[in-house]
Ligand binder design. Structure first.
Ligand SMILES: C[S@@+](CC[C@H](N)C(=O)[O-])C[C@H]1O[C@@H](n2cnc3c(N)ncnc32)[C@H](O)[C@@H]1O
Length: 295
């Protein structure tokens, strides 16, 4: 552990001015801000929902490494919910997380957690072969496809031989969308594709990973959760709440402006979509893709 720890490149913390410039030059920051209180709570709920929906924290080989003591990196860690939860389950492992925004705990935190502010698009400031597990979750609207692939390549570089990558994203389109919701998502798709973002990235994860020579044992776990009651049960109800918060709060003003609607018009439209999700029996597919770096 001491060895690998000393391999981490020393990073200075950004000054406020530098951080602001970095935020301004990052094209997608106007659409999504994780600092909002509701968004932090939403990401926390999503974390526990993902564990419930996938019925496990990790595949067995990853879990064994974590029990023995592993180095783990969460890229775009947001409020650090995943890291804080995992750090308490696997006290022998060291958990690193970074995010472009400081939403993670900067002072009081478990001793086996390490957070810093950094932009993944500046390259991952860690030495080659440093980590046993690198993960990214819900980064769909943070990167365009080439940027995502670039971060994946860099993740490969910093993984130890035999180390794992784990990626989790939500599939768009949803399963059994009604016509009004479909139209709203089509508008989002055009808006985001004008910024280079592909909202269908989840469906491409496996091919992106396999395009990197040296990733092996690629596995996909796809789980559909119905969002209406009673079909979706408690997971569906909670997932629907997080989707509602996402559209109503986290991205509402950015999306309304991008679609040329007033916030009030956008909210009314979203309400109609929400009703349709229930009457139509819409579901959300989550995709988890894991792969191992060849020894
Ligand atoms: C939807 S949140 C997901 C957070 C966390 N991965 C989770 O699953 O709860 C996306 C996160 O990516 C961060 N992010 C976006 N662009 C980034 C970049 N270029 N470098 C580092 N973090 C970035 C955002 O600040 C935000 O916290």
């Amino acid at each position: 552990m001491g060895n690998s720890k000393s391999k981490m490149r020393k990073e200075r913390r950004l000054s406020d001015d530098e951080a602001r410039t970095q935020e301004e030059t990052h094209s997608n920051q106007d659409l999504y801000l994780p600092q909002k209180k509701n968004e932090v709570e939403r990401l926390q709920s999503m974390h526990f929902l993902f564990i419930h929906i996938f019925e496990c924290r990790f595949l067995p080989p990853i879990e064994n490494k974590l029990k023995d003591g592993a180095f783990v990196l969460d890229i775009g860690c947001g409020p650090g919910t995943w890291i804080l939860d995992m750090a308490s389950h696997y006290p022998c492992s060291e958990f690193y997380g970074f995010d472009i925004h400081v939403v993670f705990p900067s002072q009081i935190r478990p001793p086996n957690t390490h957070f810093k502010q950094a932009n993944a698009l500046d390259g991952l400031a860690f030495d080659n072969d440093s980590f046993d597990l690198v993960r990214m979750s819900s980064m769909l609207i943070s990167f365009d496809e080439q940027q995502y692939l670039g971060v994946l390549r860099d993740s490969f570089r910093i993984l130890k031989p035999g180390g794992y990558i784990e990626l989790i994203e939500s599939e768009i389109p949803l399963v059994n969308e009604g016509p009004i919701f479909q139209k709203l998502l089509d508008s989002f798709e055009s808006l985001l594709s004008s910024k280079g973002i592909d909202i269908r990235l989840a469906q491409k994860l496996e091919s992106l990973v396999s395009s990197i020579d040296g990733f092996t044992s690629i596995q996909t776990d796809r789980r559909i959760t119905m969002l209406n009651e009673p079909e979706g049960g408690i997971s569906g109800k909670l997932l629907m709440q997080t989707i509602d918060e996402f559209f109503q709060s986290s991205v509402a003003s950015g999306f309304a402006a991008g679609l040329g609607l007033s916030l009030e018009e956008y909210m009314k439209h979203w309400q109609v979509c929400k009703d349709e999700i229930v009457t139509h029996g819409t579901g959300l597919a989550l995709r988890k893709v894991c792969a191992q770096k060849r020894f």
